[in-house]
Design a protein around this ligand. Structure first.
Ligand SMILES: [Fe+2]
Length: 281
């Protein structure tokens, strides 16, 4: 077994990922699933039920009337939003798990991921006039491979994290390859494939550190790279000084839409704060 699969095998044994969230993802991405099946999987999990109802009734959605049943919550949110809520909630718990404490500050990883998700969604909707729910998921999940590493080989991960200097070479994935014989992009790619998420999400995770002229700005990977570039420059990085190298085509695109991106960057901190509050209730 290669190192990637050995670490993933170990990660599954630890059982960090809530099975109901994986099951929910698989159901939502299967076109034969009925709404009743989705509702049932939420109802058998009292914590998820409570969370979905709390979120639907939070000030964020600004509803006049209280939603007090799962079937109404599902009808109100729609499946895509329900999916993003369930995954964001699961990730907010995992990213903050104390296991990470000795190396990567879990709060930093959570804020980096949430900021990336929101930024991806805004880019998709404002710049490319497309629904942003799927790239939001890509943003929240893109660094999940770091969780796998930190939980399955904490010592080696600590070494990687301490040696990594974001301003100089080697890049994080090449340092991981040297020390761990795999990297968080490959780990994340294999991990989410088992959830039936789209190929575009899986490939976005795999390529998020790859600088390649063939990555189009409007693709999932392109949007994630632009998002990480913006949020790292705004200070939402996992290590101070971390930025992202951009391909020429993506830099060119950023310059072309510079005014739109400036407005987006101005709006980001407030959007990030509201998500932060929503998931720390
Ligand atoms: Fe990354």
């Amino acid at each position: 077994m290669d190192m990637t699969h050995a670490l993933l095998h170990e990660f599954h044994k630890i059982g960090t990922l809530p099975q109901n969230i994986i099951h929910l993802s698989q159901l939502i991405n299967n076109e034969n699933t009925t709404l009743e099946e989705i509702e049932d999987i939420i109802r058998i999990d009292p914590v998820l039920t409570a969370k979905v109802l709390t979120l639907v009734n939070s000030a964020y959605f600004g509803l006049n009337r209280r939603v007090d049943s799962i079937s109404r919550a599902v009808a109100f949110l729609g499946l895509k939003k329900l999916h993003t809520i369930a995954i964001t909630d699961a990730m907010s718990n995992i990213y903050r798990s104390p296991v990470l404490n000795r190396s990567l500050n879990p709060e930093l990883l959570w804020i980096h991921s949430a900021a990336s998700a929101i930024c991806c969604k805004l880019i998709s909707e404002r710049i490319f006039a497309r629904n942003g729910d799927e790239v939001y998921l890509l943003g929240i999940l893109h660094d999940i491979g770091l969780i796998v590493e930190s939980q399955t080989c904490p010592q080696d991960f600590l070494q990687v994290y301490e040696q990594w200097n974001p301003i100089n070479e080697p890049s994080l994935p090449s340092l991981e390859s040297q020390i761990l014989q795999t990297d968080h992009c490959v780990l994340g790619f294999h991990l989410v494939q088992a959830w039936n998420l789209s190929e575009a999400i899986a490939h976005g995770i795999r390529n998020h550190h790859t600088v390649d002229e063939n990555i189009a700005p409007h693709s999932h990977t392109g949007i994630l790279q632009i998002s990480n570039y913006l949020i790292n420059n705004l200070g939402y990085s996992i290590k101070p000084g971390a930025s992202k190298l951009l391909s020429k085509s993506i830099s060119h695109h950023l310059h072309e839409y510079i005014d739109e991106y400036k407005t987006l960057a101005d709006d980001l901190p407030e959007e990030i704060d509201s998500i932060r509050q929503l998931y720390t209730q």
